[in-house]
Structures are given as structure tokens and as C-alpha cells.
Design a binder for this molecule. Structure first.
Ligand code: F3S
Length: 421
């Protein structure tokens, strides 16, 4: 490998034992993958934050005790629960104790403790073209696709080593040529532009797109730019990385590396083109919904964590109405957004409507068995993809408005849509 003087010094142990060990592990990995050099990174989003067993906690504590420090700004992903309201969430003491140990170790290494899977909503995201190391699939997909920052799909412990050394093996999506689209998904003529005023269609297009693309880099043509928001692109990123293994997509005319078809493909022609139609959206929704569910144990918004604007939209959609007594409404948002909601008075209005506002945790890590939750509705293609396989919960997918109407009614409320028969 070609190494800079600084990288050689890290490998030689001149910057301490733990930096040497971190660099050695990255070096060995690079040799395994025939990588010829490292790239300097400017930030890291750290996903070894959900308790997955004693080995994970012990690893973080070992790093911290040996004096490891993050050399780049490193934000923490969501953990298993709300660290202050864990008791109300019926989280077990063992997981909560382990979460506190993870918190202590990561803070000792210098992490920025945002505990959120939406770091882009709290002002900590990288800029276009910056090299970073991230885990958490929606963050990877959003950073690569929506911002144009560059990261591979890292696994929890590995990106900690990148953060300690400020280096990543220079391959995959770190390299500009590998970021070009290879194939193209086009929206069929039966998917009309006016359908995109309903934000839930993006999740369904994304689910269909991810199912076709898998883990390749492809482009999507036909999505209107009118009305596009960061929140829509967040949902698109989360769902595409769940129905497929997408780490980077290009939305023609919308995402920064795909302002034109030519730019997305680097002047090449698509190797393959696939059209999706209304029936693909219908199929996507059928895979995200159990049609037999009527009564709902809970409705959840905030997968990925909700932005301030989304919380305000929830307040507006409730319009002073209340969550029905037979269900629960959970809204999960970063802790800094909760502070803003409290400052603006929106928090109080949400509470008056019966909304339970939580921070820090990933909804898929909630102890839903302890809460007696068997059926849930959400506006998240990602949550609805995983909730049955991971938690045994029967999902219902709907728009944000349908989620709120269902919460008020205490049972599933759905509107007529062009892709629903
Ligand atoms: Fe975030 Fe968990 Fe959803 S990490 S994206 S709330 S599955």
C-alpha cells in the first residue's frame, strides 16, 4: 500500500498503542481487498450504539480505557430506547445498563452524543464530496445520495477504527468512478405526476426501486422535483436501503450527482433499463401491510427520526384532536429537536393530543412484547419492512395523514389511492 508519513507513523505506533492497533486492522482489511491507499475522512456516524451483546460493549470500553480518541467529529446513532424515559418504555434493566456503558465509552472517546439515525436533521451532516465513514443504512444512503458525501456501508465496530485513525480504505463508493449509475429505473406513464402530492408514494416507489436494484448503483428517472423535501428523500433513502441494499441512488434532476441523465451515468449508456408501474406500487404496499389488521396497538412516526418540521406537521394534522384511548401514538425525534419543540410550545400541544414523544431510541429495538404491542401502523417503508421479521409485529403502511386519522379513530383508516384496488 502507498502510505503517507502520518499513516506510517500510526502503523509504527508513534501515536500510541490503540491508534496502532486500529490502523493495523484497517491496513489488514485493505490488503485483503487489494486496496492501494487510504483516504482521509472528515467525519463518522457511529452505529455501534444499539446494545447487541457483551462483546460489543467490552470492545468499546477496551478502546476507551486504552485512551482511544476519535480524530474526526463522530456522531452517535440511535440506541435501544429513550435514555430518560426507558422505564415508561418498559426497557429491561440489563439493556439499559449496557446502553449506559456504551454511552460512557463513546463519550470518553469524544463522540457527539446525538443518539439519532437522522444526523442530517440536527446540523451534523457532511458536505458534498466529503469523505466520511458511516454505518446505519439510511444515513449511508442519505449521505451518499442526497448530500453527495462519500462512504461505504461500514459495520458498527469498523467505523470506530476509521474515526480513531481518520482513515478509510479507498475503495467502493469513496472512489468517484464507482459512484456512476449502471442501470436505470423509469416510472411508467401510469404513475402520474399529480400522484406525488401524496408523500407515501415515495416510499412505495423506493420499495420497488430497491427490490430491482439490490445493492447496485442505479438511477431513477421520472420523479418530479416539485414539492421535494429532505424528509421525503430521507424516507426514500431508508426504504431503498431496506428493500434493497442500496448505499447510493441517483434521482435524475434532484440528487446532486444526477442533475442530468448524462451526469448520473458519467456519459455512458445504462446497461439495463426497467420500468415500474402502478401494479409495482400496489405490490410494494401489500408487502408492507397486513390487510387483516384493523385495531392498532400503536402508531409510530420517526423511523428514521422525525425532523422538527415533521413534528409540526403531526401537531397540525391532529388539530387539537386526541389519540383514541385504545391505542398509542409514538413520535420519535432527536433530543435537540425535542428541546426546540419545547421552546416553541409544539411539544405541549403534541402531549395534549396524547402523542408520546421519545428520543434516542430505534423503534425496532423497543421491547414491544413488554408493551403488549402486536399491531402497528407507520409511514415508514423501512420500519414496515422489518417489524414482523424482527419483532413479530403486524405492520400497516400509510401516509402521515392516514397515521394520524387512524390514531384518532383507534383503528386503520385508509384513503382511496390510484395504486389501491
Ligand atoms: Fe432509525 Fe431504527 Fe428506523 S435506527 S431508521 S428508527 S429502524
Amino acid at each position: 500500500m502507498r502510505l503517507t508519513d502520518h499513516e506510517k507513523a500510526m502503523l509504527n505506533g508513534d501515536l500510541g498503542e490503540i491508534t496502532q492497533q486500529a490502523m493495523q486492522a484497517l491496513y489488514d482489511l485493505s490488503i485483503f481487498y487489494d486496496v492501494e491507499e487510504f483516504v482521509e475522512i472528515v467525519g463518522c456516524h457511529d452505529d455501534s450504539t444499539v446494545y447487541a451483546g457483551e462483546a460489543q460493549v467490552a470492545f468499546a470500553e477496551m478502546l476507551a480505557e486504552k485512551g482511544a480518541k476519535f480524530a474526526v467529529p463522530t456522531t452517535t446513532n440511535a440506541c435501544a430506547c429513550d435514555m430518560n424515559l426507558w422505564n415508561r418504555q418498559k426497557m429491561d434493566v440489563e439493556t439499559m445498563s449496557a446502553t449506559r456503558r456504551i454511552e460512557a465509552a463513546h463519550i470518553k472517546m469524544g463522540a457527539v452524543p446525538i443518539w439519532s439515525c437522522a444526523p442530517y436533521h440536527v446540523g451534523t451532516a457532511p458536505s458534498f464530496g466529503q469523505q466520511v465513514a458511516c454505518a446505519e443504512s439510511n444515513v449511508i444512503c442519505y449521505y451518499n445520495s442526497v448530500i453527495g458525501a462519500r462512504t461505504n456501508r461500514y459495520a458498527g465496530p469498523l467505523e470506530l477504527l476509521c474515526a480513531i485513525t481518520a482513515r478509510a480504505p479507498y475503495f467502493g463508493l469513496h472512489v468517484p468512478e464507482n459512484r456512476r449509475a449502471q442501470g436505470l429505473v423509469k416510472l411508467g406513464k401510469d404513475i402520474k405526476e399529480e400522484y406525488f402530492t401524496d408523500e407515501s408514494i415515495y416510499n412505495l416507489v423506493s420499495y420497488a426501486f430497491g427490490s430491482i436494484v439490490k445493492d447496485r448503483v442505479w438511477a431513477l428517472e421520472g420523479v418530479p422535483s416539485k414539492g421535494m423535501t429532505n424528509e421525503i428523500l430521507k424516507q426514500f433513502s431508508a426504504t431503498a436501503s431496506s428493500s434493497g441494499g442500496i448505499a447510493l441512488f441517483h434521482m435524475i434532476g434532484i440528487t446532486p450527482e444526477a442533475q442530468t441523465l448524462e451526469q448520473a451515468f458519467g456519459g455512458n449508456k445504462p446497461r439495463e433499463t426497467v420500468e415500474i408501474h402502478l401494479e409495482d406500487l400496489e405490490k410494494a404496499e401489500s408487502l408492507l401491510t397486513n390487510p387483516e389488521v384493523d385495531e392498532l396497538d400503536a402508531i409510530v412516526l420517526g423511523c428514521p427520526h422525525a425532523s422538527y418540521n415533521e413534528c409540526v406537521m403531526v401537531r397540525d394534522l391532529f388539530d387539537k384532536r386526541k389519540v383514541a384511548s385504545n391505542t398509542n401514538f409514538w413520535l420519535i425525534t432527536p433530543r435537540s429537536v425535542v428541546d426546540r419543540l419545547k421552546d416553541s410550545g409544539v411539544y405541549e400541544e403534541l402531549i395534549r393530543s396524547g402523542v408520546q414523544v421519545y428520543s434516542d431510541g430505534c423503534i425496532l429495538e423497543y421491547r414491544c412484547n413488554n408493551l403488549g404491542t402486536r399491531t402497528m401502523m407507520s409511514n415508514s417503508g423501512k420500519f414496515d419492512t422489518y417489524c414482523f421479521s424482527m419483532r413479530g409485529i403486524q405492520p400497516v403502511f400509510g401516509s402521515m395523514r392516514e397515521c394520524i386519522e387512524s390514531a384518532v379513530a383507534g383503528r386503520v383508516v385508509k384513503e382511496a389511492k390510484p395504486w389501491r384496488k
